[in-house]
Design a protein around this ligand. Structure first.
Ligand code: SF4
Length: 183
């Protein structure tokens, strides 16, 4: 007997011999359960992510066990650690190099707000340079909190319209960060 649990199907209309749903829901289901993380770890919060990837917490359960250090082959940027202002342009470059659709989680107090480092050299939150979808509180957040952040992101991904990336609002969001759609 297998312990493997399948993701529940998207809401739809069933009948004998057929199942109908919308493209948005089917694509959302597939995307949410196959997020490929890019760990951008600069300090202590990165260690918590390593634990999250390990056997006890097992991020693989969410279809996200394939860390990528190539921005082109990842769609979930996890920023973990203190980001110095000098590092800001590097982080932005990595974000720009990721293929659409892409999502961002700020893991921990430093990535979310600069944390305890309220100083001239530290970025006071990565949302000063790139848009963020989910913030995970804590210094450091426990692996459970990181998993919760990934699950909140899955909720966003599951419910995102396949057309969102083509909208004027999304274009305006990127442009507010000085990022152009075809960069
Ligand atoms: S939030 Fe705390 S644990 Fe995480 S990188 Fe900053 S100082 Fe380290």
């Amino acid at each position: 007997m297998s312990d493997i649990k399948l993701a529940p199907p998207p809401p739809g209309v069933t009948g004998s011999g057929f199942f109908a749903t919308t493209l948005d829901k089917a694509v959302g289901l597939a995307r949410a359960n196959s997020l490929w993380p890019l760990p951008f770890a600069t300090s202590c919060c990165g260690i918590e992510f390593m634990a999250t990837m390990g056997a006890t917490y097992d991020l693989a359960r969410f279809g996200a066990e394939r860390p990528s250090f190539s921005p082109r082959q990842s769609d979930m940027l996890l920023v973990m650690g203190t980001i110095a202002k000098k590092m800001g342009p590097v982080l932005k470059q990595v974000y720009i190099q990721m293929a659409e659709p892409r999502w961002v989680i700020a893991v921990g107090a430093c990535a979310s707000s600069g944390g305890i480092f309220d100083t001239y050299s530290v970025l006071q939150g990565i949302d000063e340079v790139i848009p963020v979808d989910v913030y995970v509180p804590g210094c450091p957040p426990r692996p459970e909190a990181i998993l919760d952040g990934v699950m909140r992101l899955q909720d966003i991904v599951r419910n995102e319209s396949v057309r969102r990336r083509e909208t004027e609002e999304y274009k305006a969001l990127l442009e507010s960060y000085g990022i152009h759609k075809n960069d």
